[in-house]
Design a protein around this ligand. Structure first.
Ligand code: HEM
Length: 514
């Protein structure tokens, strides 16, 4: 996709900006919760792992899908108490998952998208394959019909349940094996399957599906085929609840044998099946394209209009994906156009304004498979009238301009230096500068919130237009807030359309008022 695009930028950051980065869109950085892979809500030796809860939660959210009428699927309906009270959704893993993934931090990102990215982070950071991610899931407004398979159900019922979810019998075997490479069965949820283990290294008494329950690997299949498995749904004392045994054996073990014989086949099959599971959404929901990392992504654009209204301070960072030799310093030049440069993106780069960016950090994603090298600009002082309209980058001499389009920069709604906080840090004036050419009907501060069914929304606080000198480039809108410690981004309504700018400010980031 072409940058900027508010929703895709936020989803891309959520998906790809991991360890060592705070996403600029405010979306949570999830990877830290599955690092190390045995992490579980800050407690040790429980026998449990966030990775297992997150993957099971995604499956249970999806498993209500009905291919015939298009209801159910990945829509975060698992957050409704009515669903988690059902016997098919026993256990505290769903509540644990939602405590971390239920707050998206950005109204453009649904809880269902967070559940999908959570499952992907768990898989990718803990030995599994890269799973293609599409965004755009829509959060359900009410619980879905029941439909998650249970261990005591007969094989025919499992085949029928997966068919309703749009998975064939072979896909059922695969998806159950792919899921059950993580985690296990807990005593508290299934006392009839797992006894109290009295093990100080497994205080929640979890009987694991394979010997590596915090990691993705094909041990679920090798141990099953070799007959050494301890999987409680295969070798459980009560055969009625041995659902993995019936499912794995339902094609004469052909699928499980192929997985045992090839770790690669298992990984590639799971990559497809997990993606299919996560992309199973209610009819009418249109998912985005697969969100791959942008090779060059500007981020953290930061603006301040000077108190005199004449100078515009600007800085930016740029993320360069998977550079060769990421740890050596690369030459990164930012070129930009303004309202006075008689240039467009096809003009020779040297004819425009330019500045050298400095390396700030190199981080990794997807369990160390990729690197992201961040470079930042100094704080530039621009002429407010000329502003900045478009950026391009020269990376080791190679022009990066999104195939000639450049990276469009909006300097029309920015923070004003007349924003300030009182010396007792109790009251702040938030002032926003809007180019006179824009003429919005409303300008407001945005802060993340939730509606009454916990969907992410943006809470808006209106600003008032202030008088400015006649020849000013920007109008100023402002509001004074007492005792409010939230972090705000800026929004405006122009011709009935809402636009938002990242670049958050909070009381603690403002200058003390003169
Ligand atoms: C017939 C289908 C299935 C049955 C009967 C079944 C049954 C179970 C049971 C009884 C548990 C124990 C839960 C607990 O003690 O909290 C469990 C755990 C788990 N299931 Fe399944 N499952 C099925 C399919 C799947 C699928 C398709 C996936 C994912 C792709 C999956 C992923 C998981 C994971 C990751 C856990 C571990 C949770 C933890 O350790 O906290 N399951 N499953």
């Amino acid at each position: 996709y072409v940058w900027p695009s508010p929703q895709l930028d936020a989803l891309e950051a959520l998906r790809w900006d991991q360890a060592g980065v705070n996403t600029s869109s405010g979306t949570q950085v999830i990877a830290g919760f599955v690092e190390p892979c045995g992490a579980f809500l800050g407690a040790d030796n429980t026998g449990r792992a966030n990775v297992a809860d997150w993957i099971r939660t995604a499956y249970h959210d999806m498993a209500t899908y009905n291919v015939t009428d298009g209801t159910g699927g990945m829509d975060a309906s698992i957050r409704f108490a009515e669903e988690t009270a059902r016997p098919e959704d026993v256990g505290d893993g769903f509540a644990n998952t939602l405590a971390i993934l239920g707050d998206t931090g950005n109204p453009l990102v649904s809880i269902a998208d967070m559940l999908a990215v959570g499952a992907i982070m768990a898989i990718e950071n803990c030995g599994g394959p890269v799973v293609a991610f599409r965004g755009g899931r829509v959060d359900a407004v009410a619980p879905n019909n029941p439909g998650v398979p249970e261990p005591q159900d007969p094989l025919e019922s499992h085949i029928a349940a997966f068919a309703r979810q749009n998975f064939t019998q072979t896909e059922m075997i695969g998806l159950v094996a792919c899921g059950h490479t993580f985690g296990g069965v807990q005593n508290a949820a299934f006392p009839q399957i797992v006894p109290v283990l009295n093990d100080p290294n497994n205080t929640d008494s979890v009987s694991h599906f394979d010997s590596t329950f915090t990691h993705f690997d094909h041990n679920i299949a090798t141990e099953y085929i070799s007959g050494t498995t301890q999987n409680p749904l295969v070798v459980g004392l009560n055969d009625t609840t041995n659902s993995d045994k019936r499912i794995f054996g339902s094609d004469g073990n052909a699928t499980m044998l192929s997985f045992a014989n090839s770790a690669d086949l298992f990984a590639s099959t799971c990559a497809s099946l997990f993606a299919k599971m996560l992309n199973t959404v209610p009819a009418g929901v249109q998912l985005t394209e697969v969100i791959n990392p942008l090779p060059v992504k500007p981020d953290y654009l930061h603006f301040n209009l000077g108190a005199d209204g004449k100078s515009l301070q600007f800085s930016t960072q740029v993320r360069l994906w998977d550079l060769p030799n990421p740890n050596s310093t690369h030459t990164v030049l930012m070129l930009w156009d303004d309202r006075a440069s008689n240039s467009n993106s096809t003009s020779t780069p040297t004819s425009t304004n330019n500045v050298t960016l400095v390396p700030s950090k190199v981080v990794t994603a997807a369990g160390g498979r990729f690197t992201a090298s961040w470079y930042s600009s100094p704080l530039l002082t621009l002429d407010a009238f000329r502003g900045i309209t478009n950026m391009r980058f020269l990376v080791d001499g190679k022009l990066e301009d999104q195939d000639g389009i450049g990276f469009a920069v909006a300097d029309d709604i920015v923070w004003s230096d007349t924003s300030c906080v009182t010396s007792d840090f109790n009251s702040a004036t938030y002032a926003v500068a809007v180019r006179k050419s824009l003429a919005p009907t409303r300008v407001y501060l945005e802060t993340p919130g939730q509606d009454n069914i916990s969907r992410p929304i943006s809470v808006e606080t209106d600003l008032t237009l202030q008088p400015v000198v006649a020849n000013a480039t920007y109008n100023i809108w402002s509001v004074e807030l007492n005792g409010v410690f939230d972090s705000f981004t800026i929004g405006a309504e122009v011709g009935g359309v809402k636009i938002s700018r990242q670049d958050p400010r909070s009381l603690s980031s403002l200058e003390v008022c003169a």
